[in-house]
Design a protein around this ligand. Sequence first.
Ligand code: HEC
Length: 109
Amino acid sequence: MVLRSLYISICLIFISACTSASNEIKSGPPETPEVLGENLFIMNCAACHGDDGKLGASGAKDLTKSRLKDHEIMKILKEGKNSMPSMKANLETKKNMDLVIAHIKKLRH
Ligand code: HEC
């Protein structure tokens, strides 16, 4: 009888350990601003600019060589330029635009 309740409590510990572990997986690692900026870039920009900013598809500029200031980049994101469409609908908020701008400036060299 003692053994049996011991067995049951061990099982319960296992079950609770497993459920809390799967909760962690569901919520995922905390998203840092850097990760958010990179994800936004990959989702909305990489098709033309490439993951590393160098692709240049459909006439896109090489972002590693770009030296535009933040407000100039912001204007392009909002209004688009030539074959680059406005990214306003994709990025939605100024905060997201700031995150993407911070990310593309890190691609520069
Ligand atoms: C449909 C393709 C396309 C997508 C998607 C796209 N771009 Fe562009 N991008 C271009 C093209 C083409 C140009 C060149 C515009 C020009 O000057 O003629 C450009 C230019 C730029 C420039 C100016 C670089 C310079 O120095 O002149 C920046 C900055 C830029 N894109 C950032 C982004 C960011 C950030 C995203 C995503 C939020 C993005 N682009 C999405 C095609 C694209």
